[in-house]
Design a protein around this ligand. Structure first.
Ligand code: HPA
Length: 272
């Protein structure tokens, strides 16, 4: 099946399952953010494997689930599970999923992730709004595309109006919200201290292994993007703590309640 046919079939399936419901915001739940799905009211659940444009998620039994339901008083999609470029080196694993969302009328993609901090003043447990990114690995999910629209502009890729709404929501709640540049590193290994020193010199505040490919895909598909990083650790060399995925998930869990409140308020006030 061609990608176009897979997207058409996936979009038809989603529309059939949704009936009259028409979410125009999608939240992509990253590491540590899965609990947000519990806040969804009246959810419809669609396994990724029901939709041919969606990725098959790797080992470990974490089947991906696309949900639609109500959050913050509006209909939203939630994507539980993203396929990372570090799994096989391809940055385009979420291409079909993002394009299916666009095909069913989605206008905004809110991404969430876990990230390491390059700034000791932004410790584990902090939330950071992504203002811009560094694609140092220089991979694109648009390799192999044709058409002039592949030359997609990346200025204001993280929508200024959506960022203003996120800051307003944080102020309303009294939740501290940092903002900074997210450096995408391929992983799956964590960075070396030397790499972290390089990223700091290049002006990054956070580092992670996701988000950038989906931002490029979403901008190419005409969606506006917002991204929120949950800081789970100080990056390599900035603390004595050993980095591990288990540690990432544990810290994310501890910070999840505040993060969930922020997302809820943000979704309520978002203009699409
Ligand atoms: N580096 C890369 N990805 C991450 C980190 C990190 O320190 N923490 C959570 N995700």
């Amino acid at each position: 099946m061609s990608l176009e046919a897979a997207i058409a079939a996936s979009a038809a399936h989603v529309k059939e399952r949704l009936g009259e419901r028409a979410p125009d915001v999608a939240l992509l739940l990253g590491s540590g953010w899965a609990g947000l799905a519990d806040a969804l009211q009246d959810p419809v659940e669609m396994a990724y494997r029901e939709m041919p444009a969606f990725p098959t998620l790797g080992i470990g039994g974490h089947a991906g689930v696309l949900r639609a339901g109500r959050l913050g008083g509006r209909e939203v999609f939630m994507l539980g599970g993203r396929k990372h470029a570090y799994e096989n080196g391809d940055a385009d694993a979420m291409k079909g999923a993002v394009r299916t969302l666009a095909a069913v009328g989605c206008k905004v993609l809110v991404q969430t992730n876990a990230a390491g901090s390059l700034d000791p003043g932004m410790p584990p447990g902090s939330l950071m709004l992504v203002s811009d990114h560094l694609n140092l690995v220089q991979r694109s999910p648009l390799f192999g595309e044709s058409g002039d629209d592949r030359f997609v502009g990346m200025t204001d890729a993280y929508d200024p109006a959506l960022r203003a709404a996120a800051h307003a929501a944080a102020r309303r709640l009294g939740t501290p919200l940092h903002e900074g540049v997210y450096a995408w590193m391929m992983g799956p290994q964590f960075e070396t201290p030397a790499e972290i020193r390089m990223l700091r010199m290049l002006g990054a505040q956070a580092v992670g292994m996701s988000t950038v490919p989906e931002t490029i895909l979403a901008r190419h598909a005409g969606l506006r993007v917002l991204a929120l990083s949950m800081i789970t650790n100080l990056a390599a060399g900035l603390s004595d703590e050993a980095l591990s995925h288990a540690h990432t998930l544990q810290t994310a869990k501890a910070a999840a309640t505040g993060a969930a409140r922020l997302v809820d308020t943000l979704i309520e006030t978002l203009e699409t």
